[in-house]
Design a protein around this ligand. Structure first.
Ligand SMILES: [Zn+2]
Ligand SMILES: [Zn+2]
Length: 235
């Protein structure tokens, strides 16, 4: 019986800290984070690039965004990817869906604590889509899990799958910066979103090409403004 209960709880909550991987005592499973990580959650909050949220010593736009000229209005990321690498791998590739819910809670916290003004500004948020086959293989869309948690906590309206990925493509992580752009050209389509201010959500921002192409599709369908919110950005 005890074993069964434990297995059940494992499904509800990750039994370890999603940031550092330390095993948690059972009474802290619900938090998904250990005490020491919880004391200082490494959110990105200083002077940051207005498109991706990378920290900057000075100026407004990071080198990578200068090169890629984002078409979306502005963007934020809650963490550096390097801080969450193991946790994101467990979430996406080992199917630890529950970790994703904890990450989504962090994103909601981040918004409520540091970007309350963004919440009032948007009509709805939507997820970056996976190709249908890819989503079937993984069993879920990581951005959808994040959106659901953010919605539950902040009340921001969530419209799932406003965007569709029409082609299966080589994973962006395997391509050079130039190839990334070509790879995703005309891959996304969007539903009608005339006059809407949209918050586009994803798990990792590297060069921002995926988010840029998704934004283009939303603008083609009449979006008034697209803003981007990622769980993490690479350093
Ligand atoms: Zn920890
Ligand atoms: Zn940037």
């Amino acid at each position: 019986m005890k074993k069964y209960m434990q297995r059940l709880l494992n499904v509800l909550y990750p039994p370890y800290c999603v940031l550092c991987g330390a095993l948690l005592p059972m009474e802290e499973w619900e938090n998904g984070i250990c005490k020491s990580c919880g004391e200082k959650i490494p959110f990105l909050t200083g002077n940051r690039c207005k498109f991706c949220g990378r920290e900057l010593q000075f100026g407004e736009i990071c080198h990578s965004c200068l090169e890629n000229s984002p078409v979306f209005e502005r963007g934020i990321s809650a963490f550096y990817y390097e801080t969450l690498r193991d946790g994101i791998a467990r979430f996406k590739f080992d199917g630890a869906k529950e970790d994703g819910k904890v990450f989504g809670r962090f994103m909601a916290d981040f918004l409520l604590s540091f970007h309350q003004d963004w919440i009032d500004d948007i009509d709805f948020m939507t997820n970056v889509p996976l190709h249908a086959l890819k989503e079937k293989e993984r069993g879920f869309n990581q951005a959808d899990i994040l959106c659901n948690s953010i919605h539950e906590i902040t009340g921001i309206l969530y419209e799932k799958n406003i965007l569709t990925r029409t082609k299966e493509t080589t994973p962006q992580s395997k391509l050079s910066a130039q190839e990334r752009k070509m790879n995703l050209r005309n891959v996304f389509t969007a539903k009608d979103c005339r006059g809407k201010c949209i918050l586009l959500v994803d798990d990792i921002l590297t060069t921002g090409v995926t988010l840029n192409e998704c934004s283009r599709a939303l603008y083609r369908q009449g979006a008034k403004r697209v803003e981007v919110f990622c769980l993490s950005v690479t350093k």
